[in-house]
Design a binder for this molecule. Structure first.
Ligand SMILES: Cc1ncc(COP(=O)(O)O)c(C=O)c1O
Length: 374
């Protein structure tokens, strides 16, 4: 099989081919301006992404991880504080909490949507709890209605890890609307991806936006006047310009993902895999299309041997990672999370994917189970 027969998990080269002139022009413009650090494209992208999210403010930062950490720090979350989150996520969610000096507390997720189980929240709240950080996993918003009820009742901060959920809505409101802030990653493979590391925070609170903007840039208001001890976590102008070039396409790309997800749903309706479930109040951004099967590892190997770039997000939940052994969690502490980690499989999904490529993925998946039966 040649490389051309491959159906990758994501295809950034195919995307670049559709937008090359505008991306190249954006890069040329920044180089011509030599405005590499905090150039005009940074503020312009912030205004445009805030508008896209129907939020008042966006602060561009160096990554999704930095977005989460700086938001926590700006809200005063630190040593001695607990932040309730999930273990079924990329490790950056918890790392940001740890980097801010606080302690992550993991609650289990729901077996249907794979998102934070709001019914488990109350039992996890202690006198040290300061914040709840749900993750909109695979692009589907968590149950922000139920989570906000707990946050309000317990007087907790609410921060969305929206790294995978650009353009998703909950009750027709864009992610960010029900929280103090929402944090985005623009890692290259994300729904809106830079050509390097990049991230952003959206919020409707002016003081919070101002504090994050201070922290990302060495705590300064002036070139050599440092009001606070900050960080070097700015959004590069080149990345901001590339993100500006791509943002006008994001709504169409999300529509394409939604069409392909619906098509997978139809084509796989009678298959042996468990299909993703979307809450009727959610409109997912479909960052990933994740099915489940107890034969996950065999199916993964089978698809890969046929040139299909399936993936696993994520094979080891955070509470069982060596990095978090000191928290003292053991197997079976989060049974739903652990079952999902054992069985989840991400199928190729990206806006430029053709129906023929998708048919090939479905045919290979079905062939695997037919061979199993024999
Ligand atoms: C759920 C989640 N949170 C946080 C991050 C961290 O983002 P970044 O890689 O831009 O630091 C990612 C992506 O990598 C993610 O998927």
């Amino acid at each position: 099989m040649s490389a051309n027969d491959m159906t990758p998990l994501v295809d950034l080269a195919a995307q670049y081919a559709t937008i090359q002139p505008v991306v190249d022009e954006a890069i040329r413009r920044v180089i011509a301006q030599t405005s590499f650090i905090m150039g005009p494209d940074v503020a312009a992208f912030e205004a445009e992404f805030a508008a896209f999210c129907a939020a008042q403010y966006c602060v561009g930062v160096s990554s999704g991880t930095a977005a989460l950490e700086l938001t926590l720090r700006a809200l005063g979350v630190g040593p001695g504080d607990e932040v309730i989150t999930v273990a079924h996520t990329f490790i950056a969610t918890a790392e940001a909490i740890s980097a801010a000096g606080a302690t992550p507390v993991f609650v289990d997720v729901r077996p249907d949507t794979y998102n934070m189980d709001a019914a488990k929240l109350a039992a996890a709240v202690t006198s040290a709890t300061r914040a709840i950080m749900p993750v909109h996993i695979y692009g589907q918003p968590a149950d922000m209605t139920a989570i906000a009820v707990v946050a309000n009742a317990e007087n907790l901060l609410l921060i969305e890890d929206a790294a995978q959920a650009h353009g998703a809505t909950w009750n027709d409101e864009p992610t960010g609307a029900l929280a103090d802030a929402a944090c985005f990653s623009f890692y290259p493979g994300k729904n809106l991806g830079a050509y390097g590391d990049a991230g952003g925070v959206i919020t409707n609170h002016a003081a919070l936006a101002e504090q994050i903007a201070l922290l990302r840039n060495h705590g300064r208001r002036d070139k050599y006047f440092h009001e606070q001890i900050g960080f070097g976590e700015r959004l590069d102008t080149l990345q901001a310009a590339i993100l500006r070039a791509k943002l006008p396409y994001l709504a169409d790309w999300t529509d394409a993902r939604r069409r392909l997800a619906a098509r997978y749903h139809d084509l796989l309706a009678d298959s042996e895999v468990i299909l993703p479930v979307v809450d009727e109040r959610a409109n997912s951004a479909w960052h990933l299309y994740v099915v489940r099967t107890p034969r996950r590892d065999e199916l993964l190997a089978y698809l890969r041997s046929r040139g299909i770039g399936a993936g696993v997000h994520y094979p080891i939940p955070l509470h069982l990672q060596p990095a978090y052994a000191h928290l003292g969690y053991v197997a079976d502490d989060l049974p739903v999370t652990e079952e999902i980690a054992r069985t989840c499989l991400s199928l190729p999904l990206y806006p430029e994917m053709t129906d023929a490529q998708q048919d090939g993925v479905v045919a290979a998946l079905q062939a695997f189970f037919e061979e199993e039966v024999r």
